[in-house]
Every structure is written in C-alpha cells, then in structure tokens.
Design a protein around this ligand. Structure first.
Ligand code: 15L
Length: 273
C-alpha cells in the first residue's frame, strides 16, 4: 500500500470554482500546494507554487507533476461540450496526467469524477458506489473513462485513487435537483483529505455530496472511509422549492438524476428505466 505522507500536493484545474475553493480550504494543510491551470491564476503565496499547463501537452504535464506526492485532478472540461473538447481535455489530458504521475512516482490521486458518470439512473433509485456506470452525456462518459483509467493504474501500478463523483459544489444548493447532490466546500475538503491521507485507499469510488436528506446516493463507502459530512441541504429546501414553483419543467430532466445533462440532445422513442 502506498504511503499517504503528502509533502507537495498538486491541484490541476486550480483556477476553476472547486480549485479556487480548495486552494483556500487546503491552505497550510500540506507544506506545498502546487496550483496549475490552463489559464493564468492568482500568484503564489507562502506555501504555494503556481503553474500554467495545458494537460494535452505531454512534456508540460511531465513538468507539472514533478516532485508531487499527491494530485487532486480537477483539470479538463467540467461540463458537456463537443467531442473534440472532451477528447482533448478529459481523455487525452487525463491519460497524460495519470501516465506522467506514474512515471514521477505520485502516490495518490483524488479524481474529480462526477454525478454525470451515473446521471441516467432515475431519481426514484438510490445508487451506491458499485452500480454500473450510466453516463448522461459525452462529459459523463469521459468521467466514467477516468474511473476506468484510475482502476487500471491502481491494479497495474499500485497507485492509490479516490474517485469522487462530485455532485454540485457551492456554498448553497441552487435548485431542487441540487438539494439531492449539493456538496459544501468543507465537506468536499474532508473527502479530498481522506483521498490523500487515508492509509488504505487503493481504489475507491465515493459520492462527493454533503449529508443531504434528499440524497439519491448510498454513500456508505465514503462513511466507511471515515467521511462525516457536516452539512445538509435541507434547511434551504423550502426556499429553493418555492423559488422554482411555476417554472416550466422537462420530463426527462426531472426523471433522471443528471437533470438537463440527460435531457440535452435526448431523442429516444422510449424511456429506459
Ligand atoms: C458537474 O459535474 C459539473 O462539473 C458542474 O459544473 C455541475 O454541472 C454539476 O456537475 C451538476 O450536476 O450540478
């Protein structure tokens, strides 16, 4: 089992919403945070290194991961997009990152996978970490790919992976769907730390959601690893639901967990349960 001692931790996609959040909540937790993005980001403070890398560029990725013990991989495309963009950021870029990490001796990777890897499960079903993937978009397929690639690098090369199927990250839930999949900054931070620091993580899938009463997930695997969420969307529920009352609805978006990701481009003649 790889040692979980983290000296330098790399965050890819550090300029995005989750990256900017983790930059603050992980500040001072590890001696060095290396923060990388495709675009320029705020300059380094004490205990930080800032880097600009396109993860589709192998040589640049090799430099990016050099000297890192752990990686929080948020880089790539973070929503539905053209196949070309998904291919470059979430398939080629992902492969480059894992392969460079292997060569550089990185011990742990926390992979930001997504609820959209399983977004075609109906909302009527509670799913756990063992279900077959059921992506709701090209983006969701790329996240399923990330889980498969992580499994390969774990089995074949002994690297440790925590694949976090992130719901919706933010300070509060923004709509009725997000009441079920919301994750607060402190709860996601807790999960990320489990991924980097837990002594026994070889290959695990967990849901990156707070302790929401309306959750569609059985997150017992996260609990088994010590996750104790501090937040729940429920206190916001009445307000979120009343703000949404009377808005036009989409049958497919409302039926499946992935919401609009499932409904977009949908043209099946019959609905799969
Ligand atoms: C995701 O995976 C996206 O990265 C994020 O932008 C949201 O769309 C989120 O899912 C969601 O489902 O709300």
């Amino acid at each position: 089992m790889p040692s979980a001692k983290m000296h330098r931790v790399l965050i890819t996609g550090a300029g995005g919403r989750i990256g900017r959040g983790l930059r603050e909540t992980l500040r001072g937790v590890y001696p060095i945070l290396r923060l990388s993005d495709l675009v320029p980001i705020a300059e380094a403070r004490d205990g930080e290194e800032v880097d600009q890398t396109n993860i589709a560029d192998v040589k640049a990725v090799e430099r990016m991961v050099q000297g890192c013990d752990g990686i929080i991989h948020l880089g790539g495309i973070s929503g539905e997009n053209t196949w070309e963009k998904i291919l470059e950021g979430n398939i080629v870029g992902l492969y480059n990152t894992f392969e460079a990490a292997r060569q550089a001796g990185v011990k742990r990777i926390v992979m930001a996978t997504s609820n959209h890897a399983v977004g075609f499960y109906p909302r009527s079903q509670t799913i756990d970490h063992r279900v077959t993937v059921r992506p709701d978009s090209r983006y969701g397929v790329s996240k399923a790919f990330s889980e498969a690639l992580a499994s390969l690098y774990s089995d074949k090369h002994g690297m440790g992976f925590l694949c976090v199927r992130i719901g919706n990250y933010g300070t509060e839930p923004i709509d009725s769907r997000r009441l079920s999949i919301w994750v607060s900054p402190r709860d996601l931070t807790q999960l990320v730390r489990i991924g980097l620091e837990h002594p026994d993580v070889r290959y695990e899938i967990v849901y990156g959601v707070s302790g929401n009463q309306r959750s569609w997930y059985d997150n017992s695997n996260a609990h088994r690893l010590g996750y104790r969420p501090e937040d729940d969307s429920e206190p916001q529920a009445a307000q979120v639901l009343s703000a949404e009352a009377g808005q036009p609805r989409n049958r497919i978006a409302d039926k499946y967990q992935g919401g609009t990701f499932a409904a977009e481009e949908y043209d099946a003649a019959t609905e799969r349960e």
